[in-house]
Design a binder for this molecule. Structure first.
Ligand code: TXA
Ligand code: MG
Length: 316
């Protein structure tokens, strides 16, 4: 039974599990999160597998304090104002990602920005300080279901999938964090949440625009276009044609005289998901006429990988 009371000992154990690349559920003041070391793409892939997400939505990165957040993203004055007013707390800030932040590409779905949050819940704080790593965590529910606000909800949603479920009681907020983007010139409210809009506007001393539901940054279709390779993708390739490079999968890669990257020689979809964005970028930089992509099984994480590949192929 992975539900354990969040004692110091259990928190230390959960931090150890994160260091080993496992996923653990933990309470925040908003909802329970399903966390992985945000620098470890293979660990982050396990979150998507556990949630059965049909595609790779970008995840929120949790950090213990403002100073740590600043090592990951570049904040403008508005971001600093909001952080000073609401952190630690239920506010997530989207800001331009720093080049050497070390966050796995899978966390940001290939975007140039990162959503960061400093949670106020004592268990989340203790876990972040003990684990000493940024924790990528969506709500700990299966895709399309209601966010869990008690440890028992997490167990009902995810069973034995997380290595541990730290029980810190019911979440005080019960509503996800408010998400504000400061990646552009003006702040944009991307998701209404636990911090009401009027408090954000009061802190900034001006009205804040709300993103349309189908606004570019909020829409997964647009997200994929944001990072689509310049090089055309040819999916389900059965050969590699002259002038093409190869994105391979599995133990029998197609014969190829040019650059080739295998997403997973072992045929492991978790490994493939973790390597996907970096591999596409590297093949794109090869300056070829096209990228031949071997078929990837449309099961488990493969469904999300194929969704991402189809969008990237279509987006040009
Ligand atoms: O309260 C919360 O925010 C909870 C707890 C666990 O922290 N987490 C949560 O995560 O609700 P999730 O994955 O369910 O929602 C993350 C939201 C999504 O709307 C996503 O599109 C947005 O944050 N997001 C993440 N990264 C983004 C980025 N780089 N740009 C724009 N939006 C981003
Ligand atoms: Mg959610």
């Amino acid at each position: 039974m992975p539900v354990v009371p969040a004692t110091d000992e259990a928190i230390a154990q959960a931090a150890g599990a994160l260091a080993e690349g496992a996923i653990v559920a933990f309470p925040t003041e908003t909802v329970y999160g399903l966390g992985a070391d945000a620098r470890n793409g293979t660990a982050v892939a396990k979150i998507f597998a556990a949630k059965e997400r049909p595609r790779f939505n970008p995840l929120i990165v949790h950090v213990p304090d403002f100073a740590t957040a600043e090592t990951l993203v570049a904040f403008n004055d508005d971001a600093r104002t909001l952080a000073a007013a609401f952190w630690p707390g239920p506010l997530t800030l989207v800001a331009p990602k720093r080049k050497d932040c070390g966050i796995a590409d899978l966390v940001t779905a290939g975007l140039d920005s990162i959503a960061v949050r400093v949670p106020g819940h004592p268990v989340a704080q203790a876990l972040l300080k003990t684990a000493k790593c940024p924790i990528a965590a969506p709500s700990a529910n299966r895709s399309g279901r209601i966010s869990p606000t008690e440890a028992a909800h997490v167990a009902a949603e995810l069973g034995e999938t997380p290595a541990m479920i730290l029980d810190g009681g019911a979440c005080a907020r019960g509503l996800e964090s408010t998400v504000v983007s400061l990646a552009g010139a003006e702040p944009v409210l991307l998701r209404l949440g636990a911090v009401p809009r009027h408090e954000i506007e009061a802190a900034l001393s001006r009205p804040v625009a709300r993103a349309e539901d189908d606004a570019p940054i909020a829409s997964p279709g647009q997200l994929s276009r944001h990072y689509a390779p310049q090089t055309p993708l040819r999916l389900n390739a059965a050969d590699v044609q002259p002038g093409e490079v190869l994105l391979a999968f599995g133990p029998d890669p197609l014969p190829c005289d040019s650059k080739a990257i295998n997403l997973s020689r072992a045929g492991d979809l978790g490994e493939a998901a973790a390597k996907l964005f970096a591999s596409l970028r590297e093949l794109d930089e090869a300056g070829s006429f096209g990228i031949a992509v071997m078929p990837i099984p449309d099961e488990g994480l493969g469904e999300a990988i194929n969704d991402r590949l189809r969008r990237a192929a279509k987006a040009r």
